[in-house]
Ligand binder design. Structure first.
Ligand SMILES: [Zn+2]
Length: 258
């Protein structure tokens, strides 16, 4: 399964490699100390060439990767999916990404776990998703919930601890979770940015990247289905720069909380 890559990755600026390198260097210098980095790849659960290629990249750079798995997709080709994950061993962890990854809102932003549905319907979907993942992943399942489109309502957040979730992972700026639930929100979006102009997208990505590293905590959101050769090549470069820096501390997503 794949979707159209962003304009940035269809037509990256010719000097983008050097600019990424400069943004990483500037961010690490501004941090002035250790920087924790972590990675989450969304919309997982089905095997495919992009997925296998992403896993291979993380194996090569020896960096941890959290996979956000859509429960309803997993049973379709579970054997092939797990075979693609297996070579990464402990580098890769698995957690829940919605139930079916569908939008239930009639207006406003897309949400699978938003205000359009009653709490009981959302609780049932959360339980169903968890049951599927426990059945197919067993002890490999981590107690993390990534809501589709990085957003869910307060009612859903309040349900999560009682259903066995310890952490919620969204994007920077998301509301604070209730007591009993940690947050591991991300702050660098590599593959689903909205800017139509590649140059503007490149500038904003460089600025997000430098700011995230400077803050001492950089969480990268990946979407393997939206990646093309340019996106893979830029990620390869980025992972290489991060893995080579003595200031960078790669951390599994599920080991972090704010
Ligand atoms: Zn998603």
């Amino acid at each position: 399964m794949s979707a159209a890559p962003l304009p940035l990755w269809q037509d990256p600026p010719p000097d983008f490699d050097a600019r990424l390198d400069a943004a990483v260097a500037a961010g690490l210098e501004r941090a002035g100390g250790p920087v924790r980095v972590f990675f989450r790849d969304d919309d997982c659960g089905l095997p495919g060439a992009h997925f296998t290629r992403l896993i291979a990249l993380f194996i090569r750079h020896r960096l941890p990767l959290a996979l956000a798995v859509v429960p309803a997709w997993l049973p379709l080709k579970c054997g092939e999916f797990l075979a693609a994950v297996e070579p990464a061993g402990e580098l890769v962890s698995l957690h829940m990404h919605g139930l079916r990854h569908v939008n239930h809102e009639r207006q406003g932003k897309k949400q699978e776990f938003g205000p359009a549905r009653e709490a009981a319907a959302k609780a049932l979907d959360l339980s169903r998703g968890r049951e599927i993942l426990v059945r197919y992943l067993g002890a490999r399942l981590r107690p993390v919930f990534t809501p589709p489109w990085n957003r869910c309502d307060a009612e859903t957040l309040a349900l999560l601890p009682g259903l066995g979730f310890r952490l919620v992972s969204r994007y920077a700026g998301a509301p604070t979770p209730p007591p009993g639930l940690g947050a591991v929100d991300l702050n660098v979006d590599l593959h689903t940015r909205r800017e139509a102009d590649p140059e503007r997208a490149a500038r904003l990505l460089e600025s997000d990247l430098a700011a995230a590293l400077a803050s001492g905590r950089a969480g990268f959101m990946l979407h393997h289905r939206r990646m093309n050769d340019s996106a893979f090549s830029a990620l390869d470069l980025l992972l290489g720069l991060l893995a080579a820096s003595p200031a960078v501390r790669p951390v599994p997503l599920e080991d972090l909380a704010t």
